[in-house]
Design a protein around this ligand. Structure first.
Ligand SMILES: [Fe+2]
Ligand SMILES: [Fe+2]
Length: 386
């Protein structure tokens, strides 16, 4: 079935330009055009639109307001912004409601590849109601103490980028947003960034400040939240896996590119669990009960409960947010037993899968996981594989 794509811009010249530019995609897509937010909503009420690409600065209803409406009422639609360089501030602000952002002028190929890719992440998540659930996410939770440390550092007279980078890399949710923004097509970087330090340096203090302090992109966990214990467990576990990943990479002498990808994927690998705890009452409790009674791993118990697991939700979310493919794939595969154990040709997926298993073995603290322990696990895995 052809996908339905809706473009919105108040400037008739831009709309006509898009019409001409995208004419050749008519075989693959049904294309719709609107000159205002109101007109876009009317089209959405009649047609089942899959992806919307909207301008931001429009009279009457702004692009951000339009996306907000769609997020609430039509969460099945993928939301992309297309705005000018001068609208950087607005584009960053709208990242609360948009999955991805493009910058004018852009090529038809870029529009096509962005839309196709965002749509293609449905391969990770098949369930329509879970797709809607993930599409509508506006804010994910952050741990108050990390956020407050970041806020304090941002407000200090001598802001240090390396302190900021250290604090951010403790929090999977803030990290995901910073990496999303630095890889956003809006900034048009020719290379993808998976190194958190580089992302922070690239965006600079003002954008990070805007992202963290002004836009209000993160939801601070309330200490009375009954799930705080589970959220904290996920934070600690994610940091532990990322740290073990770092140790494996040093031990095996992997190049920086693999190390950056694997560390980031390690920090983000369980982000799907945060979505599920947020959305379903007693989620953790119910999964743990199934795990216990059936003696099966966590992700298999999730499948019994939801017909999907946190790897699928996490990969789909990071995919539609435009994170690099290697990260999305590693998150998707971190409980998969089907790929070969080959440390000479490591994928981030393999490294985080191994790190995750080491982290889950017993109660050993991160600092006590020595090179010897890691070497032993790697040796056993290699032997089992041969
Ligand atoms: Fe996991
Ligand atoms: Fe994990």
């Amino acid at each position: 079935m052809k996908a339905n794509i809706l473009f919105v811009d108040d400037d008739p010249n831009v709309v006509n330009g898009l019409r001409r530019m995208l004419h050749s995609f008519k075989k693959e897509w049904n294309l719709f055009y609107a000159l205002s937010g109101q007109e876009a909503l009317e089209i959405i009420s009649k047609e089942s639109i899959d992806v919307i690409v909207t301008d931001l600065r429009m009279p009457g209803m702004s692009g951000a307001q339009l996306l907000y409406e769609i997020q609430k009422k039509n969460p099945e639609i993928i939301r992309i912004t297309l705005s000018g360089y001068s609208e950087e501030e607005m584009s960053i602000q709208s990242s609360r409601y948009a999955h991805q952002s493009l910058c004018k002028p852009t090529s038809p190929e870029k529009i096509k590849s962005t839309i196709e890719k965002a749509f293609g992440f449905r391969k990770y998540l098949k369930n329509e109601s879970l797709i809607k659930l993930v599409n509508k996410i506006e804010k994910l939770p952050s741990l108050p103490d990390i956020y407050l440390r970041l806020e304090k550092e941002m407000s200090s007279a001598n802001i240090s980028l390396s302190n900021i980078d250290n604090i951010i890399s403790k929090d999977p949710v803030i990290t995901a947003k910073v990496i999303q923004l630095s890889n956003s097509a809006f900034f048009g970087l020719p290379v993808r960034i998976t190194d958190i330090n580089r992302a922070v340096n690239y965006l600079g203090i003002n954008i990070i400040k805007n992202l963290v302090l002004t836009i209000n992109l993160f939801r601070l966990l309330d200490t009375n939240n009954p799930n705080t214990k589970f959220y904290t467990q996920i934070w600690n576990h994610s940091n532990k896996v990322a740290e073990i990943v770092r140790k494996i990479c040093v031990l095996e002498g992997y190049p920086k590119a693999i190390k950056d990808d694997a560390f980031l994927a390690g920090l983000l690998h369980d982000i799907g669990k945060l979505i599920l705890i947020d959305e379903f009452d007693d989620y953790f409790k119910n999964v743990l009960e199934i795990m216990e009674s059936e003696q099966i791993p966590f992700h298999e118990a999730e499948k019994k409960l939801l017909h999907a697991d946190h790897t699928e939700l996490g990969a789909y979310l990071l995919g539609i947010w435009g994170l690099p493919d290697s990260i999305v794939e590693a998150v998707a595969l971190h409980h998969n037993n089907d790929f070969a154990f080959d440390l000479a040709n490591p994928s981030p997926a393999l490294i985080i899968k191994t790190a995750n298993e080491i982290a889950n073995e017993g109660t050993i603290a991160t600092d006590d996981i020595t090179e010897d322990i890691i070497r032993e696990v790697l040796k056993t895995k290699q032997m089992l594989n041969n």
